[in-house]
Design a protein around this ligand. Structure first.
Ligand code: LCS
Length: 411
């Protein structure tokens, strides 16, 4: 491999959420919350950023911008950024769109908050599929509008979620539902929706006048052999599909807060043009250009490294946690594992693993609903870290199982 994904990088004192934000984000606690592990001892498998160095094409581009010495107000002018990003979507997805539809935002979440406000009125509702990335719910709450959940089906209880189209249609038919925030590919299940599923979702929304925001932030992070289809690619003439993509998930630059928002709808564009803050961080812009101009080979190697990490997780669970339900996700670097055979419904799973194994992870009701006994494992870390994390997780659950059996015998 040309890139060293095995490198252990010290992130202490970099103000990163991953090391310093978990008490507040996962446990809603302050620094006084103590665990039987020091912060350094934790294996961190929670927040969706990677433990890998961003590629040189990004850091070189940022260094070059630093050498220009002045960092004044910055916006995107000319065609360079559009042409660069369009080359990326053409190369990876054979998808292009007009320049006037491309905007940028200081992250996909800020865009979801902003767009929900432009699309929904006070009595309108936002439709999401669950389990869901919690910020889809927060986008509705931030705008003080209701959200409606359509639970995905896990019919074989094998973690392979499918859309409950009957339920989805029923909820989309509610005249108050004006917006569907679609996760494509899906966090946390890792599903890449098929073209058939994409068409069915879109047709139901079109029939019911529901605008779609297709959040595709995970689209570059797919398993070898899988293919992502941008929803808007299937409907080049539709103005009902807003697409969100970003270099941040792909290249581990979430802190640079730079994302791509493709808005084909004139009414929404008018609101965006009127109210959006178009200022950009010059270093973030430089990094995004560097990523899309030079990051393809790094991404291809990253995909192979993640493929191998997921294969390890699958093998390790098959031999150490036989009743866990896991399938390698088609996309994302997030493993979605049903440990219902080892825990009770409603257990605080993040607290269980933080206290009992020194592993930071997300799970259970952190994904709005329909996810109770699941844990989500970020496998975008050096293999040595992943191996220790899996060892601790499986050891905790098997020890608990042994203790439970012992307790039963002594009763
Ligand atoms: C579907 C989805 N949309 C948007 C974002 C965030 O976009 P940003 O504002 O950073 O551009 C994330 C990050 N997901 C995370 C971040 O930590 N844990 C997660 O599941 C995500 O999974």
């Amino acid at each position: 491999m040309k890139y060293n994904f095995d490198e252990i990088i010290d992130r202490k004192h970099t103000s990163c959420m991953n090391t310093d934000g978990f008490r507040q984000y996962i446990f809603h606690a302050d620094e006084t919350l103590k665990f039987p592990y020091t912060d350094d001892e934790f294996i961190r498998m929670w927040i969706a950023d990677m433990e890998f160095a961003a590629p040189d094409c990004i850091t070189d581009a940022i260094r070059q911008r630093l050498d220009r010495k002045i960092f004044g107000y910055t916006r995107i002018f000319g065609d360079e950024y559009y042409n660069t990003f369009l080359s990326w979507t053409k190369k990876l997805y054979d998808w292009t769109f007009p320049k006037e539809n491309l905007y940028t935002s200081h992250g996909v979440i800020p865009a979801l908050y902003e767009l929900t406000g432009y699309i929904c009125g006070p009595k309108d509702k936002v439709l999401i599929m669950t389990p869901s990335y919690a910020y889809f719910k927060y986008a509705a709450e931030h705008n003080e509008v209701e959200y409606v959940c359509s639970d995905l089906l896990n019919q074989k209880n094998d973690g392979y979620y499918e859309i409950d189209f009957e339920d989805f249609r029923g909820k989309a038919e509610d005249p108050a539902v004006k917006l569907f925030i679609f996760c494509n590919p899906h966090n946390p299940s890792g599903r890449i929706w098929s073209e058939e599923e994409l068409h069915r979702v879109a047709e139901i929304c079109f029939e019911n006048g529901v605008m779609i925001i297709s959040d595709e932030i995970h689209c570059d992070l797919i398993r070898t052999g899988c293919t992502h289809t941008p929803l808007a690619k299937l409907y080049p003439d539709s103005d009902q599909i807003i697409t969100c993509m970003a270099p941040s998930k792909t290249f581990n630059t979430a802190g640079l807060q730079f994302s791509n928002i493709i808005i084909p709808n004139e009414k929404v564009r008018k609101c965006w043009l009127k109210w959006h803050n178009f200022d950009e961080n010059p270093l973030s812009l430089a990094g995004a250009l560097g990523a899309y101009q030079g990051g393809y080979d790094w991404l291809m190697e990253l995909r192979k490294y993640l493929d191998a990490n997921f294969a390890f997780v699958q093998d390790y669970l098959a031999s150490h946690l036989l009743e866990a339900v896991f399938r390698i996700p088609e996309a994302t670097y997030l493993g979605w594992v049903d440990i219902g055979a080892y825990v009770e419904e409603g257990e605080n799973l993040p607290l269980l693993f933080a206290e009992g194994a020194g592993v930071l992870l997300e799970g259970g009701n952190m994904f709005v609903q329909n996810s109770d006994t699941y844990i989500r494992l970020n496998v975008a870390c050096p293999r040595s870290v992943l191996e220790e994390g899996m060892r601790r997780i499986c050891s905790l659950l098997t020890e608990r199982r042994k203790q439970a059996r012992k307790n039963c015998k002594t009763k």
